[in-house]
Write a protein that binds this ligand. Structure first.
Ligand code: PEP
Ligand code: MN
Length: 336
């Protein structure tokens, strides 16, 4: 981090700023130019409040040279992280495909979908048991019972399961869940993130509706700071002025995150578009852009789904998407 001081700052003011910075555990490097003095802050600046320094009378501007996230940073961990999940993994050679209904509605429903998505190449089963709905009058999920049905489907198919947590008090219900999802609305629920950081569970962290890539990585950092490094990032579209689609899929987040972090990155084209027919092209685009996997909503009867039917694929449409994704993955093999 560097702080550029205002023209005319006195020696005494520079000294007192440097003394204060040293009490924050940093070393300083002072460089005096003809007009400005620049102070280089050396050491771990991740805990330093850049805005506070910038607000000082004698400071013109402050620039971060290194990012405030450390554990998630590729600079300190150059190799891609591979997250093992049951009999499969995310981030390695296997292209992860998490598929299943938005909400678990019954044991028969989730079982039928689980078998169908497995047959088309899904590597994990997704399904919401605790649902974050915009309206309190909408279906809120089957809760503990939904997790039981997912576990039954896991027993039958062998697919590891992914399901969302909304409240840390529910953690004991997630003991046998393979991947705990933190949804977009909870990406900055810092108390929840801290609690998950104290576990060893694999966390699927979805990007918030209106969060920057830096904020996304800082949320991953919250979990990692607690000692849990098993994190999968999920780009699921962000809110823009566009209303034709539910969100706008930020495809450039894939190569950007790839540069910044060693954590695996998957894409959710279902919530990103909100429209079933747009899921295929966006899934293909994500695969071509270098994603480590996909999360896709699949329903055996989308028109009667209790949640997100409009964006849910039928099992046949899902099979068509996975076959097309394989072609794209073959075409881009070795290009990154
Ligand atoms: C979901 O995956 O079911 C979900 C609610 O997604 P998001 O948090 O991305 O809206
Ligand atoms: Mn959904």
């Amino acid at each position: 981090m560097i702080a550029v001081l205002k023209n005319g700052t006195s020696e005494k003011q520079i000294d007192s700023l440097c003394t204060w910075l040293k009490t924050q555990g940093l070393d300083v490097h002072i460089s005096k130019g003809s007009e400005h003095t620049v102070i280089g802050l050396i050491g771990d600046t991740s805990k330093i409040d850049a805005e506070l320094i910038e607000s000082l009378d004698i400071v013109e501007t402050v620039k971060r040279i290194s990012e405030p996230f450390k554990s998630a940073n590729r600079k300190f961990h150059p190799d891609d992280s591979i997250i093992n999940v049951g009999n499969t993994s995310v981030g390695g050679d296997i292209f992860a495909i998490m598929a299943g209904p938005c909400s678990v509605e019954s044991e028969e429903q989730v079982m039928e979908i689980a078998k169908a998505v497995k047959a088309s190449g899904a590597t994990m089963l997704r399904g919401g048991a605790f649902k974050p709905r915009t309206s309190p009058y909408d279906f809120q999920g089957l809760k503990a019972c939904g997790i039981e049905f997912l576990l039954e489907a896991k027993k039958e198919t062998g697919l590891p399961i992914v399901t969302e947590i909304m409240n840390a008090n529910h953690l004991s219900l997630f003991e046998e869940v393979d991947v705990i999802q933190v949804g977009a609305r909870n990406m900055q629920n810092f108390e929840l993130l801290k609690e998950l950081g104290r576990t060893k569970k694999t966390i699927l962290l979805k990007r918030g509706l209106a969060n920057t890539i830096k904020e996304f990585l800082m949320s991953a950092e919250y979990i990692m700071a607690g000692g849990n490094e098993n994190i999968i990032l999920c780009e699921r579209g962000i809110r823009t002025f566009e209303t034709y689609t539910r969100n706008t899929l930020d495809l450039s987040a894939i190569p950007t995150l790839r540069e910044l972090t060693h954590l695996p990155i998957i894409v959710d084209p279902s919530h990103a578009t909100g429209v079933a027919r747009l899921v295929k092209p966006m899934a293909l685009a994500a695969a071509a852009a270098g994603a480590d996997g996909l999360m896709i909503e699949v329903h055996n009867d989308p028109t009667h789904a209790l949640c997100d039917g409009a964006q849910s694929l039928t099992p046949d449409a899902f099979a068509d998407v996975t076959a097309a994704v394989r072609k794209v993955l073959d075409a881009v093999k070795g290009v990154y």
